[in-house]
Structures are given as structure tokens and as C-alpha cells.
Design a protein around this ligand. Structure first.
Ligand code: ZN
Length: 159
């Protein structure tokens, strides 16, 4: 940590405390060169693991893809957006709690299937039957979109 006054990188932590919300650590530092004091804040970073596809390629985890695959499986089913949000949150919690830096795409597929099984049996079967023959969720989405065909020109598709 560089001193903001003189740029020196030798600083000493004189006080540390956790913020009231608990997510941030506030540190009071003293510059060993100019003796000025300053405060830094450290935040816990929750990083989603990278996704390892079946072919070994690694891609960044994307919430949007996960949500899209759940929504596609659940289309025309009577499942509320908040139920989908809760399912996405549970899947992400599990991925974070695993502490893994990398997660196989199959594992995400399994988590999606477990959530769908609880939410809607039809969507579960729909997802399981299609997803299993694909490389990852991205391909699953592409396949479903192709099956649906392009949206009618000049018209927004409504679900
Ligand atoms: Zn300094």
C-alpha cells in the first residue's frame, strides 16, 4: 500500500476494525517515511469460479447464462421471476461455498437440474433431455433459440 502523500510503500497498520456491516475492514495506516496517517478499506471479494467446459476450455462464469437457461426451461410454465431469482441465488451460493477456483460445466448443469426438479417437473425433463447432449449451458441456449426460430420481424417476442 503506497502512501498517498509521498508515494512511499512502507506503511504500518496502526489500527484495524471491521465495519458495522461486516463486509469491510478499515485500516488506519502510518507512512514510515513522512509519518502521515491515512485510512484504507478492504472488501471481501467473492469470486465465482471459472467454468471448465467438456473440451477443457475455460470461460468466465456468467449469471446471465445461468438465468437464461433456467428461464428457457421454464418458459410458458407458471413459475415467478422471484422463484427463478431464488434458484439462481442458491446455485451461486453453492458454487461460492464450494471454494473451488474452477468448476466443470457439468456441475453447473447438475445444480440447474436439481433446482428445476424442485420448481417444475416439466421444465426439469425439458432441460435434462436437451442439456445432456450439449457441451454446456451456452450451447443449450443456442439450441433452444434455433428450435424457436427467429422472432417475427418488427415484433417483440413476449413470453
Ligand atoms: Zn508518506
Amino acid at each position: 500500500m503506497k502512501c498517498p502523500f509521498c508515494g512511499n510503500s512502507d506503511t504500518q497498520v496502526v489500527d484495524s476494525r471491521v465495519s458495522e456491516e461486516g463486509g469491510t475492514i478499515r485500516r488506519r495506516r502510518r507512512c514510515l517515511a513522512c509519518d502521515k496517517r491515512f485510512t484504507t478499506y478492504e472488501r471481501v471479494e467473492l469470486a465465482m469460479p471459472s467454468v471448465v467446459k467438456r473440451n477443457g476450455n475455460r470461460v468466465e462464469y456468467e449469471t446471465g447464462k445461468l438465468r437464461a437457461s433456467l428461464s428457457l426451461a421454464l418458459r410458458k410454465r407458471s413459475i415467478s421471476t422471484s422463484d427463478v431469482d431464488a434458484a439462481v441465488a442458491r446455485i451461486e451460493e453453492k458454487l461460492l461455498a464450494s471454494g473451488m477456483r474452477e468448476v466443470p460445466s457439468e456441475r453447473i448443469g447438475e445444480l440447474v437440474m436439481a433446482e428445476l426438479k424442485k420448481l417444475d417437473k416439466v421444465a426439469y425433463v425439458r432441460f435434462a433431455s436437451v442439456y445432456k447432449s450439449f457441451e454446456d449451458i451456452g450451447e443449450f441456449i443456442d439450441a433452444i433459440r434455433e428450435m424457436q426460430g427467429p422472432p417475427a420481424p418488427g415484433k417483440l417476442r413476449k413470453e
